[in-house]
Ligand binder design. Structure first.
Ligand code: XIL
Length: 312
């Protein structure tokens, strides 16, 4: 197979994969990541529930494994994620405002300092805006601390590692509309007030055939704020079992994402949310859907892989 990392090198585009570190022991999985990735991100093991399951009790074992892998293999390490309402241990949501503010700052500071010099960019705040374009009310940070937690998280992260790029990351941002408009307003305001934000992550959890033609215009408006953009969690789900038509549409969608990123100066890369359909989160979270990645359950490349090769 053609090597994505090499093709991408010619285009200076990062090709990333979300990784479960224990799967790096599986030869087929390992070989794909070794060969094709320029960037890796933890699918789960850098989340709050893993790194600080109890107050002040830190466990970076699995995250450090991934960091070591990245270092040894010359891959960039992307940090996901610091402040998010999900995969958050219950103790955090039970705190009063003063204690929660302290816990959040301590979490951000400790984790960013731990990976200082290794993580190129952090998803500092993840999914803070809901599907109606409002601050996500069910986030304990939003509910208990109010809007200010977002800029506070960025400021603490910047103090902890002034060289790391600091991103806001969210899903369903691809089209111009109520959600991406709200995120645009929010990050514009942060930029205007000199909050240290550098980038926006478009997660890109797509359903095949739903991408609209305003994706490039949408990315461009964020770049025009002086920010960089990445596709951070791309997968393109189809109904399973997938038909040839489904896989062809999926291939087109992957190609559109790559082509669009290449067309915008300031779009730095595309990360796919997993390696093989065998371990993708999609079937577990979206009933009746799956087959969302570039390699199938048997580690065979799919039409989407060929489409990405062509698009780069
Ligand atoms: C998902 C993981 O892929 C699953 O393994 C886990 O059970 C739930 O989280 N948005 C994000 C990611 O920012 O962290 C999520 O990852 C997918 C949606």
């Amino acid at each position: 197979d053609p090597v994505l990392a090499e093709l991408a090198g010619g285009s200076a585009l990062d090709i990333g994969f979300a990784i479960a570190p224990e799967l790096l022991d599986e030869p087929e999985y390992r070989d794909i990541v070794d060969t094709h990735a320029t960037l890796v991100v933890a699918e789960n093991v850098m989340k709050w529930e893993t790194t600080e399951a109890a107050p002040g009790e830190w466990d970076f074992t699995a995250a450090d494994e991934l960091a070591a892998y990245a270092q040894e293999h010359g891959k960039k390490l992307y940090g996901h994620t610091l402040v998010w309402h999900s995969q958050l241990p219950a103790w955090v949501s039970e705190l009063d405002a003063e204690a929660m503010q302290a816990a959040m700052e301590e979490h951000v500071r400790t984790q960013v300092e731990h990976f200082k010099g290794q993580v190129v960019a952090w998803d500092v705040v993840n999914e803070a805006i809901d599907d109606n374009g409002r601050r996500r009310a069910e986030s304990p940070f939003q509910a208990t601390l109010g809007d200010g937690y977002i800029e506070d998280a960025f400021r603490v992260a910047h103090e902890a590692d002034p060289d790391a790029q600091l991103c806001y990351n969210d899903y369903d941002l691809e089209a111009i509309g109520i959600k991406s408009d709200a995120v645009y307003e929010m990050v514009s305001d942060l930029v205007e007030r000199d909050v240290p934000i550098d980038c926006v992550g478009f997660q890109g959890h797509l359903t095949a055939g739903t991408l609209r033609d305003d994706l490039q215009e949408n990315i461009q408006r964020f770049v025009d704020l002086g920010l960089t953009v990445r596709f951070t969690e791309v997968d393109v789900r189809v109904h399973t079992p997938a038909s040839d038509e489904d896989l062809a549409q999926q291939a087109k969608d992957y190609a559109s994402v790559v082509t669009t990123c290449l067309a915008v100066e300031g779009c730095l890369g595309v990360t796919v949310w997993g390696v093989t359909d065998r371990y993708s989160w999609i079937p577990r979270w979206f009933e009746g859907y799956g087959a969302a990645l570039l390699w199938d359950e048997d580690y065979q490349t799919k039409p989407a892989f060929d489409a990405v090769v062509t698009a780069i």
